[in-house]
Ligand binder design. Structure first.
Ligand SMILES: [Fe+2]
Ligand SMILES: [Fe+2]
Length: 134
């Protein structure tokens, strides 16, 4: 179970809400894995991926709007995550088969959401904040 502490907030409402939704979805997927419900888990993961991709687009639009200088780099980072999510989905295909695959997927999901998605966004927090108060 992942929880989003204050230190991970960007203080950008739309993006923080998206991150919270992603955390909620990731927790739901973990719970489904615990129940051994791999069918629903795959559906939910596909939904998670769609939402994450939409979030990345929203985020990039905002970064472009405020003139964030490293937007291209962050875009490339998101593209790598798209690929990672596709791999997770493939992994979920076999998650029904064994406990180890389910545990790996759960760990991967926590790492993905906390390190890949949320922590890397902290890079632009101060820049966006400075633009808002200008
Ligand atoms: Fe984000
Ligand atoms: Fe991001």
């Amino acid at each position: 179970m992942v929880e989003l502490s204050k230190s991970f907030e960007l203080e950008i409402e739309t993006l923080d809400n998206d991150h919270k939704e992603l955390v909620t979805m990731a927790n739901e997927i973990s719970a489904l894995l615990d129940q051994g419900n791999s069918g629903d888990c795959k559906d939910r993961l596909a939904q998670f991926i769609r939402f994450a991709k939409a979030h990345f687009s929203r985020e990039e639009r905002l970064l472009l709007k405020v003139g964030y200088p490293n937007v291209e780099k962050h875009h490339r980072h998101h593209k790598e995550l798209d690929l990672k999510m596709e791999h997770m989905l493939e992994f979920a295909e076999s998650a029904g088969l064994n406990e180890q695959a389910r545990e790996s997927l759960k760990k991967e999901l926590v790492f993905f959401i906390m390190d890949d998605v949320i922590t890397t966004d902290l890079d632009f927090k101060d820049f966006v904040k400075s633009k808002k108060t200008e």
